[in-house]
Design a protein around this ligand. Structure first.
Ligand code: NAD
Length: 254
């Protein structure tokens, strides 16, 4: 991918020709990213542990989408996923590291196993994903990596220590990766959604209640996060790397 600083205004097909892997793409924010990127001309790989949902989404979207089974904690799984993406569509020029889990417990009763499980998916998964796509992105001539962090990567939240630790880590990992990969034409940024309507938050009283007291007094729709991800994958963000992009209805302004 050649970044062209003189390219003009956004046109339909803002990511035409890109090959983008979206982890956790079977539902929620990830699925919204898949749909948005596809609508703007990308070839998109839905990479998720949810085989039925991922395959159904790819089938619904047609020949420019494919489902690849991926557990983001597996380095072998990542090798297979990138190889499958290349075989289907060509070198990978976009990665949305979106897969994530949350575990709710106060520190005092939080088990080591539950803490490590969250770190493994949300933090180690992002490391393995960035590592896995570098060679393919070089072959593509460059690329854009978007790591989905959270407002939990900007502030603290009680009872989700592992989640907050992982999301702060993702923010720092993003900056380090941006420094290492800039010379290859690979941009790396983090996105920090606030309270967003999804299965992750469906049973979260805190998500519903706290959103009511922020400047934009509602949860985000997944599509509102996907718009930001699309921008960062596209050349419109050609001078953006190593940065945080917040979409939180004003929550962290309070
Ligand atoms: P979700 O639970 O609807 O979706 C998460 C997806 O990740 C699912 O499809 C799930 O199968 C997949 N996944 C989980 N573990 C995986 C693994 N090991 N390998 C591959 N895929 C795996 O939740 P969501 O709200 O859409 O969350 C998407 C991302 O956005 C997460 O990283 C989450 O932390 C982040 N986020 C969400 C909110 C929110 O309020 N919903 C706020 C800030 C950040």
């Amino acid at each position: 991918m050649t970044e062209n600083p003189t390219s003009s205004l956004p046109v339909p097909g803002r990511v035409a020709g890109r090959v983008v892997i979206v982890t956790g793409g079977a539902r929620g924010i990830g699925a919204a990213c898949v749909r948005r990127l596809l609508a703007e001309g990308a070839r998109v790989v839905v990479a998720d542990v949810l085989e039925a949902e991922g395959a159904a989404l790819a089938a619904e979207l047609g020949e420019h989408a494919a489902y690849v089974p991926l557990d983001v904690t597996s380095e072998d799984g990542w090798r297979r996923a990138v190889a499958a993406a290349e075989a289907a569509f060509g070198p990978v020029s976009g990665l949305v590291n979106n897969a994530g889990i949350v575990h709710v417990d106060p520190i005092e009763t939080l088990s080591e196993a539950d803490y490590r499980r969250v770190i493994d998916v949300n933090q180690v998964g992002v490391f393995l994903g960035m590592k896995a796509v570098i060679g393919s992105m070089r072959r593509a001539g460059g690329g854009s990596i978007v790591n989905i962090s959270s407002t939990g990567g900007l502030i603290g939240y009680s009872r989700i220590l592992g989640y907050v630790a992982s999301k702060w880590a993702v923010r720092g990992m993003t900056k380090t990766a941006a420094q290492e990969l800039g010379p290859d034409g690979i941009r790396v940024n983090s996105v920090h959604p606030g309270f967003t309507r999804s299965e992750m938050t469906a049973d979260s009283a805190r998500s519903h209640e706290q959103a009511r007291h922020q400047p934009l007094a509602r949860q985000a729709e997944p599509l509102e996060i996907a718009h930001l991800v699309l921008f960062l994958i596209s050349d419109e963000a050609g001078y953006c790397t190593g940065s945080e992009f917040v979409a939180d209805g004003g929550f962290t302004s309070l």
